[in-house]
Ligand binder design. Structure first.
Ligand SMILES: Nc1ncnc2c1ncn2[C@@H]1O[C@H](COP(=O)(O)OP(=O)(O)OP(=O)(O)O)[C@@H](O)[C@H]1O
Ligand SMILES: [Mg+2]
Length: 304
């Protein structure tokens, strides 16, 4: 079960997040990024956070601990932004906290220049996103963090923010479990994700028992009053059945035609050639480093 903590201090809103999560300290001395029930994204975003996050953890991916946070809006009486206060006033009671990773960096194409992405791990992440129809792990918004960034422990990829996954729960009656996944802008598409290996490894592990145990973590209150369902238990079963059917249909949605390494290298060479072609003559003689530090040893060409 998810641990329960009580918020003791509202530190600040994270304006970079669309749902304006808050950094909150709690009575276990932990610090959490809290997603609020009163946000415009609504309770379904919190359901998706729990289901996909706990599924990721069960499959061995790195994902910060989730906790249920009892929150009293009085804690944020000092918050100067009226719209943030409105959000918090609409969120008394249980909200969702994610362990705050101090010093973590967002994974971006720039950050990836100095961070080696493992194709097997990338494959597992893409596979999970395709299974759970996550539309929010793109080049522009990776929802992946690099952590830790200080000390001697090597930095690793951490998954965050699955609020936009499980898109099918917005259209229960029309969503087919074998629907293809649009992976063209996936944040890890450029790093050779081995999705076939991930499918072979992970699909057998997504059992009905695992799905049931993941759904059991979602509080009843976030599953209540869904039109077409008699109650939280029936809705939990619908999520589990849908995901089980989708795992079984992986051949239909498995994204397989990611560009390979050779293709990516050729594309990079074409891009560099285009850049060179657009340069004035004098600049063509300067090496094209694409933002990398100069490593040129032989300067004779510049001294003619
Ligand atoms: N556990 C965490 N530790 C450290 N920083 C975090 C953590 N979770 C989120 N952040 C930071 O806060 C930002 C916003 O978080 P998140 O993406 O979860 O919010 P959101 O409201 O769902 O955002 P959006 O929908 O705009 O992507 C992240 O991009 C990241 O920089
Ligand atoms: Mg995000």
């Amino acid at each position: 079960m998810l641990r329960e903590v009580t918020a003791t201090r509202y530190v600040e809103p994270l304006h970079s997040g669309g749902s304006v999560p808050g950094v909150v300290e709690a009575d276990d001395l932990g610090t959490y990024v809290v997603k609020f029930t009163g946000s415009a994204q609504g309770r379904k975003a919190l359901v998706a956070e729990v289901v996909v996050g706990e599924l990721a953890r069960a499959l061995g991916l790195r994902f910060p601990e989730l906790v249920l946070v009892h929150f009293d809006p009085e804690l944020a009486a000092h918050e100067p932004h009226q719209e943030v206060r409105d959000l918090l006033d609409a969120s008394p009671g249980v909200n969702l906290g994610m362990d705050y990773l101090p010093g973590a960096r967002d994974f971006t194409p720039k950050a990836a220049e100095t961070f080696a992405v493992d194709p097997l791990e990338a494959g597992r992440i893409v596979w999970l996103d395709a299974l759970t129809a996550n539309v929010d792990r793109t080049v522009h918004s990776s929802n992946l963090m690099i952590w830790p960034t200080l000390g001697t422990v090597p930095p690793r990829l951490w998954l965050i923010d699955h609020g936009a996954a499980l898109v099918f729960h917005h259209r229960w009656d029309t969503s087919a479990p074998d629907k293809a996944y649009d992976f063209r802008h996936h944040a890890l598409g450029r790093y050779g994700p081995d999705v076939r290996a991930a499918d072979a490894e992970l699909a057998p592990r997504v059992t009905p028992e695992l799905l049931r145990s993941v759904l059991a973590e979602v509080p009843d209150a976030w599953l209540a009053d869904e039109p077409g369902f008699a109650g939280p238990e029936e809705l939990r079963a619908a999520y589990a059945d849908y995901l089980a059917a989708r795992v079984a249909a992986s051949a239909a949605w498995l994204p397989t035609d990611f560009p390979g390494r050779a293709e990516l290298a050729a594309e990079e060479a074409r891009r560099a050639a285009r850049t060179r072609a657009g340069r004035p003559d004098w600049l063509k003689r300067v090496p094209d480093l694409h933002g990398k530090p100069a490593a040129e040893k032989d300067w004779s060409a510049h001294l003619e």
